[in-house]
Design a protein around this ligand. Sequence first.
Ligand code: API
Length: 284
Amino acid sequence: MTGAATLRFSKMHGAGNDFVVLDLRGGRPAPTPALARALGDRHAGVGFDQLLTIEDPGQAGAVARYRIWNADGSAAQQCGNGARCVAAWLQRDGAAAGDAFVLEAPPGPVTVQALGAGRYALALGRPRFEPADLPFLADAAQASYRLDVDGEAVGFGIASMGNPHAVLEVPDVATAEVGRLGPGLQARAEFPEGVNVGFAQVLAPDRIRLRVYERGAGETLACGSGACAAVAVLARRGRVGRHVFVELPGGTLEITWPGDDSPVTMAGPTAFVFEGDFLLEQNE
Ligand SMILES: N[C@H](CCC[C@H](N)C(=O)O)C(=O)O
């Protein structure tokens, strides 16, 4: 279409968690929630779990800054799978020279190590467990909490990776009622800014299965910050060790959390799917 205003984008995914990536460096305006919803619409738009913007860094030493919008237009503070895709995008672009560099994310710096073959290891910062960190309205930090969902008492742990996570341990992820308990917990007033809900099945001290009902996107094929949060909650309970393979429906992520005061490192894949031009006028 000649003359129409268009928005160049890259379509990517990390273990099946899919993204549209926009290069907004040079001061191009941030997307509105309405544009994020239009771009994310899986029928009338491009479709994504999250929209990632690449922007000029504010911090010295960072190659670029990234921000995150969910498919419902809400802003998110972290996206582990998305951060790996931003790293891959910047390496392909040539902006990130070498295999080790730093990205600026809403919660703080993220250090990147390219592992080759599209795989990246990222240190996403320390998990936090105080209710105020999520926010979660509770009196004091506990190893686990219980809330009522449809008359059922649901037990869970909490962790923030910059974004909020509730983690339930279940006997079998295949039979977990993700589609009912996920939205049910998200609807509780105790999570005033919503929450990502992880359903974890411990297979071994170094291996779990995980499904995540994400804030602003629903159940996704993978959730990087959710994998970090699940390992952090389960490691503090002694249910898993400090190096855990997390099997999600879309792929496996490798999580390492050496100690409570250490950042969590997540390693996993990235993939470029296609590039495109979104026609703005007729689709906003
Ligand atoms: N839905 C999340 C953002 C995306 C997280 C996930 N896709 C990841 O890989 O960490 C939130 O609202 O906090």
